[in-house]
Each structure stands twice: as C-alpha cells, then as structure tokens.
Design a protein around this ligand. Structure first.
Ligand code: 13P
Length: 339
C-alpha cells in the first residue's frame, strides 16, 4: 500500500473551499429523480445531464465527483470521456462500489449493504478507468428505542471495514459512509446516541481490519432531528452536537470529513455545514459530499431541455459556491439571496 499517495489524494478531496459532488445515483435512483422533472431516463439523457454538470463553472468548487458504473464508462457528446471532463475541471474521479442494500431477515426494517464479492477485481478495473477514490454507503435505520439492532450496526461496520481495506490495497481512497437516516420522529438526542454507537463500531472495525486512517475520508450524517420530530433543532444546535460527537469519535489522523445531505433542504444542508465550520479549528478538514442538496436545483432548472443547459449550470454553480463558502464558515443568508 502506498500510504503517502493515498494521503495526498485524501487531502486533495478535502481541499479548502472545495467539496465532493455525489453524482453516483444508481439507474433506479436517477430514474426517480428524472420522473420528478418529467424527463425520460435513458442512457443518453443521463449522459446529457451529467455532462451539463461536469462542464459547468461550478466545478471550480468541486474536488472530486463520485460516479456510477455506467457514468465512469461514458463519453460526452463530442466523444471526450466524462472522466476526462472531470479531470480537466480539476476534479478527481471516484466510483460508487457498493451494490445497494439487502433486508436483514431477522431485523425487520433494517438492511446490510452488499458488494464485497469480487470487489478486489472491480476496484482494479475502476482504477484502470481513472478512479482514485471509492464510496460505500451503509444505511442505518433509526427509531425511538429498538432500531438500530446490534446486528445491523455490526454487519454494516464490518462490511465498511473490509471495503476500506480492499480499496487501500488497490490504491483507492475509501469514502467510508455510515448514514444514520433522518426518517422518523426521534429527537436530535436520539440521533446523537445512535450516530455515536455507529461511528464507534465503524472505527473499531477499521482498526481491526488495519485501515490506514490517513488514507480515508469519513462521510457521516450530521446530528439532526428526525424529519417528522415535532421539535426541529436549529443550525446552532445541529453544529454543536455534530462537532461534539465527531470530536469524541473520529481520530485526528483522518484527513477529512465530507458530510452527506441525506434529505435536508438545500439551504439547511448549507447552513448546517457553515455553522459547523464556524466552530473554530477542527482536527480535520470539514466539507460537503452532497448529492441531492447540490443537484435538486439544477435538475429543476434543466428539466431535460437542451435550451435550459445554461440555467441548469447556473443553478449548480450557485449551490456549489454556497457550499464552498460554508466549507470556510463564510456563508450568509444574504449571499444565498444575492444569486
Ligand atoms: P445525499 O447528499 O443526497 O444524501 O447523497 C450523498 C450520497 O452520496 C449518498 O450515498
């Protein structure tokens, strides 16, 4: 393992003032997004949409792009590989390598993420296609008392550790993503406790499986109130609890933390990241790795029409710029509205 090369890539992924674009929706997920804007999901419409993003000015705020298997093999309309477009814009190509979730039969409502079979071979193939980092998302359901089970937490943490070790052996920086869902009416304290359990288990597995912390990026959820909880914590509390938890659970050897947006509104995702980065010096670089919170606006503006490409690019650039400011703790409501 070349730890120095992995560390260099990991640090580049969290370059100050930049963050990661999660454009790795599976074919099923992007179909849902396109359904919402009345666009038919075809290989070409998916390519056109992603080409629009990768050619936009907003890429100056993007350190890396997470791609899906189809996208890493696609070329733009003029024949340039999409991977090349990302590199030309100064971004690092990455790849989602998990294969989705499978229900845990003994634990109703819970899942474990699959994809370890033949993963070493797939990682070597993705490296050859230009990927320098990978992503694996574990999904942790939560309720007020019994979920998550030890089974779900341990099974998912073990898979994350094994995935991360295989990535590093293949020269790819693993993004380790244990996502505690926002769905539910639990309060922010319950989100704190569950996320703490999950992160502790994940770092224990990473140690057991000898993952070099200097060569990885953590992609956690923020500590927030459940979506349907009657009391919604404000940005200051989200930031305070998130920073407290991460300081307790995440060793300083980890170069960077890049949050998922997880269904927060665009502006909440930005405001929360900003509040976290206003907390003063943190042991790691802290930025975004957003999917929905970067793409909902450009998807609406584009709506599948070639004539709307400039509007789609402007919408993407705005969200990328706002989140870049938040990664410095320099975002304000006024800047948001000044667009
Ligand atoms: P969201 O920001 O939409 O949660 O997506 C990030 C991601 O990569 C989920 O795996």
């Amino acid at each position: 393992m070349n730890l120095s090369a992995l560390n260099t890539t990991a640090l580049a992924m969290v370059t100050p003032g930049k963050g990661i674009l999660a454009a790795d929706e599976s074919t099923g997920t992007i179909r849902k997004r396109f359904d919402a804007i009345n666009v038919e999901s075809t290989e070409q419409s998916r390519r056109d949409y992603r080409e629009m993003l990768f050619r936009s000015e907003g890429m100056s705020f993007i350190s890396g792009v997470i791609l899906y298997d189809e996208t890493i093999r696609q070329a733009a309309a003029d024949g340039t590989p999409l991977v090349k477009l990302i590199e030309q814009a100064g971004g690092i190509p990455g790849i989602k390598v998990d294969e989705g979730t499978q229900p845990l039969a003994a634990c109703p409502g819970e899942t474990v993420t699959t994809g370890l079979d033949r993963l070493a071979d797939r990682l070597a193939a993705y490296y050859a296609l230009g990927a320098r980092f990978a992503k694996w998302r574990a999904v942790i359901a939560i309720d007020k008392d019994t979920i998550p089970s030890m089974t779900a937490v341990h099974g998912n943490a073990h898979a994350l550790g094994r995935y991360a070790a295989l990535c590093q052996a293949a020269g790819l920086v693993p993004i380790v993503e244990p996502e505690v869902l926002m769905d539910g009416d639990h309060d922010i304290g319950r989100c704190f406790d569950v996320t703490q359990r999950v992160l502790n288990e994940v770092f224990s597995e990473l140690r057991i499986q000898r993952v070099a912390l200097e060569g990885m990026i953590l992609k956690p959820n923020m500590v927030v109130s459940g979506k349907t909880c009657p009391v919604q914590a404000k940005a200051a509390e989200v930031a305070e609890k998130t920073v407290q938890l991460l300081k307790e659970c995440v060793p300083a050897a980890v170069p960077g933390i890049a949050f998922l947006s997880g269904g927060q509104s665009d502006e909440d995702a930005t405001a929360h990241l900003d509040a976290i980065n206003r907390f003063g010096p943190l042991p790691w670089k802290v930025t975004f790795s957003y999917g929905r919170a970067l793409q909902a606006a450009p998807q609406q503006a584009w709506s599948g029409k070639a004539a709307n490409v400039p509007a789609g690019q402007r919408a993407f650039t705005h969200r990328a710029r706002m989140n870049a400011l938040a990664s410095h703790g320099q975002w304000t409501h006024e800047l948001e509205k000044a667009a």
